[in-house]
Write a protein that binds this ligand. Structure first.
Ligand code: NDP
Ligand code: MG
Length: 378
């Protein structure tokens, strides 16, 4: 029985992970859970899964939950998240906090020698060099949860990495993929929060609408698979049946297909290298009429272009871009700026950034804080 801790257990990935654990209850035990402030849901999860430790980032809410659950240890703040990440009995940590705040506990998990099922792509975008080097040093497995990276990982199983020609990441294109510039300028928050195929957290849903989500995934793929930026391509595939593909030197292309659902990528990261029955029905290939693949429109979706530029440029630019984007997305959600302004302001900020080398977690957190400050007033 594998012992699992979940960072971000109340979110979209966290609750889907618990759905997988509920389905495979003989295979897993939950040791620890963490979230920001949703203590009602944490209480329900604690009653169902009996973890030994819970962390609530909001310290007042942590005290409140401790009163409701006197038999379980409840910790607050970043120390609490780090304690969940490094809990002594845990074998694998699901890293599913949204945003860069997930980086520090992800590093704590690796430092404590835990395998990590990684959903929090921002951790790799901002601290990829650190996370990958530490995982190598500690001999920890980093298993992708993001569906595209899980697909690439599955296609690469048993293959020699030197034979990769291209990694092809597929993108739904978001709700605005066919909109012209005049319409893009008028986008409302409610429209951007409607993803065509997935129900996800607000931040990633907005990132999907600007294609920044795909941009972050390009950088995530670079770190996970060690492939040069020019060998990573993005194709818009509105049906979201092909989750991503690998083209090899001999011209063969391997694709991983399935329903647009996070169940399989999450479950595979938990059961790897094994495959176990899942609650999902396989796709009925006879019902698929059309699988389309087109190049993204880099003029309308500038964020994707900016992410490629940040990756090619190297150093601190991707970290800076990621944190600035997070703040701009929150400002859009608060209706302080328009949808087009996310990429316009981001581009302007990135042009003003002087790239530095990121040698430590402190360096990453420093650039991250600087970008947040700049983006709050841009
Ligand atoms: P949600 O917004 O649905 O959930 C976020 C989770 O993180 C919640 O449990 C939230 O707690 C917790 N959280 C947020 N801030 C903190 C904090 N400071 N301390 C502790 N916990 C915190 O996000 P998603 O589940 O959609 O996404 C999570 C991560 O997974 C993101 O990095 C995203 O990019 C990635 N991902 C998501 C996919 C999806 O399908 N949803 C697909 C691929 C990757 P609370 O509920 O208390 O606020
Ligand atoms: Mg994805």
């Amino acid at each position: 029985m594998k012992k699992i801790a979940i960072l971000g257990s109340t979110g979209s990935i966290g609750t889907t992970t618990l759905q997988v654990v509920r389905h495979l209850k003989d295979a897993f035990r939950i040791t620890a859970l963490a979230a920001h402030s949703n203590i009602d849901l944490l209480e329900q999860q604690a009653n169902e899964f009996s973890p030994e430790l819970i962390a609530v980032y909001d310290k007042a809410k942590a005290s409140e939950l401790q009163k409701r659950l006197p038999h379980i240890s409840v910790l607050g703040g970043l120390e609490g998240l780090n304690a969940v990440a490094s809990h002594h009995e845990t074998q694998q940590v699901v890293s599913a906090i949204s945003g860069t705040l997930g980086l520090t506990p992800t590093i704590s998990a690796i430092q404590a020698g835990k395998d990590v099922a990684l959903a929090n792509k921002e951790a790799l975008v901002s601290g990829g060099a650190l996370v990958m080097a530490l995982a190598k040093e500690k001999g920890c497995q980093l298993l992708p949860v993001d569906s595209e990276h899980s697909a690439l990982f599955q296609c690469l199983n048993g293959e020699n990495p030197s034979t990769i020609n291209r990694l092809i990441l597929t993108a739904s294109g978001g709700p605005f993929r066919d909109w012209d510039l005049d319409r893009l300028k008028q986008i409302k928050v409610e429209e951007a929060l409607k993803h065509p195929n997935f129900s996800m957290g607000a931040k990633i849903t907005i990132d999907s609408s600007t294609l920044m989500n795909k941009g972050l995934e390009v950088i995530e793929a670079y770190w996970l698979f060690g492939v040069q930026p020019e060998k990573i391509e993005v194709l818009v595939h509105p049906q979201q049946i092909v989750h991503s593909m690998v083209e090899f030197k001999d011209g063969a292309i391997m694709a991983q297909m399935g329903e647009p659902s996070m169940i399989v990528p999450i479950q595979y990261a938990l059961t790897y290298p094994n495959r176990i029955d899942s609650p999902l029905h396989p796709i009925d290939l006879k019902k698929l009429r059309l699988l389309e693949f087109t190049a993204p429109n880099y003029d309308s979706f500038r964020c994707l272009k900016l992410a490629f530029e940040a990756l090619r440029h190297g150093g601190s630019l991707a970290c800076y871009m990621n944190a600035a984007n997070e703040v701009l997305v929150h400002r859009f959600l608060k209706r302080q700026i328009g949808w087009m302004e996310i990429s316009q302001k981001l581009e302007h900020l990135m042009l003003g950034h002087t790239t530095q080398t990121l040698r430590s977690l402190d360096d990453v957190l420093h650039i991250d804080a600087e970008a947040r400050q700049h983006a709050s007033y841009a």
